[in-house]
Design a binder for this molecule. Structure first.
Ligand code: ADP
Length: 606
């Protein structure tokens, strides 16, 4: 249908229109030029005027014959109008005007001015001047049976002004025609071409659009087969684009959701995670990373920094670190770094992994993970110390037992007292060994969370007596003043007797261990209706304020050289604390470095 209506191609239609308009304009000009020339020539040609006068004279003769002078006035007025005459008149025998185009002259006498008279056949032509006017007067005799009068036609001589006037009368038509034609032609051409221009603009934009999805094609408002065709294409395109656009938006949404999700996941990690580009600039950092390194704890403030400064490394550290060795950029590198000093010392394990790039392309950056391993390091250090101490704890009593037993087995010469003393020492060392092994077992139960209580009615007096008997040899060995204060009467109580025994032996054992020779230890038990309060006070080495909060941690041992000089595992106190807590009680510690320590255990009575 479209093909049928668009028979002539656009360029040809435009050319045809152009030619048609040019032709019309040309014809217009020619026609007008001819008409103007004719007018000028006619107004200037005497022959033409003479012919007219003759024709007018004939008409006048016929009218006179028919109607007398009844129509003369109308006739002269008509002639004057027709030829734009100065005047036209009919003069009778007596030279008076019978009719005159200037009516007021009727009845006046026809003045014969002096002038140059010529004759053209029967018409007399008189040229004279009146004022500024040069006049030609034509006098044509009107004959009926005899001379009835004369038809006088007066015309001014044509001047340049007259010619111009005639020309100007036509000028409007001549000059306005072509512009009107051009305007009409322009309008038609505009109507024809403007939809093409709109289509052309959209096609140009399409040529530079990055993707088809970016194309914005719009239907046109005007009419015509080309516009109809264009609008149809646009509608099809929009339908197509709407579905692909939806797909694209959907995939973008999924992408950003994924991105957001992975950011959430990375931000919920406790390890610091950062991503650097090929130039070593941080492009992403998670919250944990920002908390460790950014002054304002905002991940954004790390982005854009180079990794070394982002991680707070100085130039020296950067040079010496394998993390920044260009030769290792394609490999996974892990390094531990120390930051700070003293109490605020931190250990960081930094791992750098190259981002696996698509096949055939080089690595596009690195992923950095930072883990704070300070606690792990401290635990490792304590465990190492524990192993040292444990070895010592096992070896010392064993060596003593072995030595005393050998001496006993060899010595017939030993008196009974010495033999008793040797046996006693072997007993003490064996008890120490057994206690250490008990401690180890209890700690492993604590670690496993399986340390449970076996509560039953306890004879507290007996319990304390057992504890003292276990600890007494240690007190005596160091010649400590050991003061015990017990209540007159004990309440009924339900405790795990063995575990409470272990806890108290540890507290008193520590008091004995960490109190210098000839010091003083006080063991006091107080009771109320609701609780049992046990105090172990010594005049020993004491505990510093900094170490006090950590004293009940597993494997913790004071850095005090006076403590380090004594062997220990760092387990006893944590175990005592755990046992008291399991009983629903509490262990508080008051200490002054170099002066002494007081442990207070409060246990609720059921
Ligand atoms: P250890 O085997 O080292 O004695 P504990 O767990 O019993 O282990 O004690 C932990 C640490 O607590 C000790 O190493 C010591 O530094 C400190 N400590 C415990 N009791 C006392 C005390 N009575 N006086 C001073 N320091 C003590």
């Amino acid at each position: 249908m479209l093909g049928n209506s668009v028979k002539v191609e656009l360029p040809r239609r435009v050319v045809a229109l152009y030619l048609l308009c040019s032709l019309i304009a040309f014809l217009w000009l020619v026609a007008n030029a001819v008409s103007v020339t004719k007018s000028i020539v006619r107004s200037n040609t005497e022959g033409d005027l003479l012919a007219y006068i003759r024709h007018s004279a004939t008409l006048t003769t016929i009218d006179l014959a028919k109607n007398g002078d009844a129509h003369l006035q109308a006739l002269v007025e008509r002639f004057s109008r027709e030829r734009d005459l100065l005047f036209c008149a009919f003069v009778g025998h007596d030279d008076t005007y019978i009719a005159h185009s200037l009516k007021r002259r009727v009845g006046h006498t026809h003045q014969v001015d002096n002038g140059i008279t010529t004759r053209h056949e029967e018409i007399e032509i008189v040229r004279y001047t009146s004022g500024s006017l040069k006049i030609r007067e034509y006098r044509s005799p009107i004959q009926l049976d005899e001379l009835a009068g004369r038809l006088i036609v007066a015309k001014t001589e044509p001047t340049i002004d007259d010619t111009l006037q005639v020309t100007s009368q036509h000028a409007f038509v001549v000059l306005c025609g072509p512009p009107l034609l051009i305007a009409l032609f322009g309008f038609t051409l505009y109507r024809l071409v403007s939809p093409m221009a709109a289509i052309d603009t959209q096609l140009r934009q399409a040529a530079v659009a990055a993707t088809v999805a970016d194309l914005r094609l719009t239907p046109l408002q005007s009419r015509g087969p080309s516009v109809l065709g264009w609008n149809r294409i646009v509608r099809e395109f929009q339908k197509e684009n709407a579905s692909t656009g939806l797909d694209q938006r959907l995939s973008e949404a999924v992408q950003s959701l994924r991105q957001g999700k992975s950011d959430d996941v990375l931000n919920s990690l406790t390890d610091g995670v950062a991503v650097s580009d090929q130039k070593g600039m941080i492009t992403f950092a998670n919250q944990a990373m920002a908390a460790m390194f950014a002054s304002d704890s905002q991940p954004e403030s790390l982005c854009g920094q180079d990794v070394a400064s982002g991680l707070g490394l100085d130039a020296e550290e950067e040079v010496s670190s394998s993390l920044f060795d260009p030769d290792l950029f394609a490999r996974h590198v892990v390094e531990e770094l120390e930051r700070g000093a003293g109490e605020s010392k931190q250990f960081l394990r930094i791992a750098r992994t190259p981002i696996r790039a698509a096949e055939g392309t080089s690595s596009s950056g690195h992923v950095w993970t930072v883990r704070d391993i300070t606690q792990q390091k401290l635990a490792d250090a304590m465990r190492d110390q524990f192993l040292d101490n444990a070895t010592h704890e096992l070896r010392t009593p064993l060596a003593n037992i072995k030595a005393y037993a050998e001496t006993l087995s060899l010595g017939d010469s030993l008196d009974v007292e010495s033999q008793k003393e040797f046996c006693n020492t072997i007993n003490i060392e064996a008890t120490r060994l057994a206690r250490f092994i008990d401690d180890l077992l209890s700690v492993s139960s604590m670690e496993a969370g399986s340390l449970t209580l076996n509560k039953q009615g306890v004879d507290l007096q007996r319990l304390f007596a057992e504890v003292i008997s276990k600890i007494k040899p240690q007190m005596d060995q160091k010649q400590l003043e050991f003061e015990t204060i017990f209540p007159a009467k004990y309440p009924q109580a339900k405790f795990d007797k063995d575990k409470l025994n272990v806890a108290l032996v540890n507290l008193l054992g520590n008091a004995a261990k960490y109190t210098p020779h000839a010091g003083r230890v006080r063991f006091e038990v107080k009771t109320t209706n609701t609780q049992l309060r046990i105090e172990v006070e010594d005049t020993g080495v004491g505990i510093s304020e900094e170490e006090l909060p950590r004293i009940c941690e597993k494997f913790f041992r004071s850095a005090n050289p006076k403590v380090q000089a004594v062997t220990g595992t760092g387990l006893g106190l944590s175990m005592a604390h755990e046992i008291i807590k399991l009983h629903g009680g509490d262990l508080t510690i008051q200490s002054k470095l170099g002066e002494g320590t007081t442990f207070t255990a409060t246990l609720p009575l059921e």
